[in-house]
Design a protein around this ligand. Structure first.
Ligand code: ZN
Length: 96
């Protein structure tokens, strides 16, 4: 199991909302955002008015984006990405 998502994390939406056939709460797969808040809230599909939840959601306050936590994948901080060490080695000046 991956680490829990928390405020300040960078996340990407990797699953579709499945509560109704037209469910898309303004966010599509592949969208990346920084979590500004997490809350437990009911959701309403703006297209068909289907209501469900409450569920745990992550919010991006800058554009009002909201997505259920189960749809999100945590993007690790750059320093922890695989290959960071070798990248550093590549950029180390070579003394001739
Ligand atoms: Zn709907």
């Amino acid at each position: 199991m991956s680490e829990p998502i928390k405020v300040g994390d960078l996340v990407m939406i990797v699953r579709s909302g499945t509560q109704c056939r037209c469910a898309s709460i303004g966010a599509s797969n592949g969208t990346v955002f920084s979590v500004a808040d997490i809350n437990y809230t009911a959701l309403l599909c703006l297209a068909c008015r289907f209501e469900w939840g409450p569920v745990w959601c992550a919010l991006d306050k800058s554009d009002g984006l909201r997505a259920e936590l189960f749809r999100l994948k945590l993007i690790p901080p750059l320093g922890e990405l695989e290959g960071a060490d070798s990248w550093e080695e590549l950029n180390t000046p070579v003394l001739l």
